[in-house]
Design a protein around this ligand. Sequence first.
Ligand SMILES: *Cc1c(COP(=O)(O)O)cnc(C)c1O
Length: 377
Amino acid sequence: MEKNRILLSLAHMGGTEQKWVDEAFKDNWIVPLGPNVDEFEIRLKKYLEAPKVVALSAGTAAIHLGLVMLGVSKDDEVICQSFTFSASANPICYQGAKPVFVDSEPDTWNMCPIALEKAIIDRYKVTGKYPKAILPVHLYGMPAKMDEIKTVADKYGIPILEDAAEALGSEYKGVKCGTIGDYGALSFNGNKVITTSGGGALICPSEEAGKRVTFYATQARENRPYYYHEVIGYNYRLSNVSAGIGCGQMDVLEEHVARRREIHSLYAEGLKNLDNIIVFDNPSKDYDSNFWLTTILIDPKCGITPDEVRIALNEENIETRLLWRPMHMQPIYKDAPYYGSDVCEKLFEQGLCLPSGSSLTDEDIKRVIEALRKALK
Ligand SMILES: *Cc1c(COP(=O)(O)O)cnc(C)c1O
């Protein structure tokens, strides 16, 4: 019998989302503002213990407006983690600025603070000025080494924009990811920890900054009786319908994060006797990943590549995915400066993401573990 397909990470509704969406219809609030948007922002702010959160149409939009708020513009450089999804880096180009990529370190797989400082010093030598912003990513939900990154950033007076798109619910030393740097971006795309079908948010350092972000996100319309614009604006607000889904998702956020962590534990337990596999884990008690995706490294000495494992599992109707291909290895960024060694290249060569959606059952996880055992035999 054909087994049902196990997917990497699916949208997982809690049950109350429809109610909020129905309210929007009932009151005819089918626009990019309204009571659901306000409520969603309040719930996010409370959960994150952040000064202000602005709901936006995508995580990519959040990163873009974070860069706008930090004054990134043409001829500026922004230091970005190379090991990430292209949506972290592309908004740097939207601003006409140039990305400078930095390697990862092996504990968190995220921005290496040593390579970061090397990059800052060298960019100063080359361009005569410091990069305008630093963009670390909490990839797969794992917090980056924020203390070390902040120390370097503060030393040179460069602000930090955290890409926490995959890290809603993750904590670094008891503080929520996305609230550590100057700004933090979240994503509510369909495959993330919670979803609004599509959406994002920018975590802001103050109410004042949040007001400015909302202003940019609604076409930068000045307060006059006619449409009047002093700066370039964007159409980045989240719709009231989507925000309704987000309000409902906030009811189950903690539950869903707990389930992703549980799934990670099931994998760690089930795969611990397999010599050729390392299940990526929190490097110490300072790190508390949401385990958006559980990831593994496959020892190259075993003679089976991650892509061969992916194909073998696909035949068992199980979806897995290779890790993000680093940005400095992408054709679009082949000419961008890169600092570090081959840490993220090695991770890309050896890693695999396992199905980790919070709606997966213990039986599903068992099936993945069995399929991995078979593939690696
Ligand atoms: C998903 C994601 C984004 C972009 O979010 P969207 O809501 O899809 O625009 C940015 N960075 C990372 C690391 C992501 O995983």
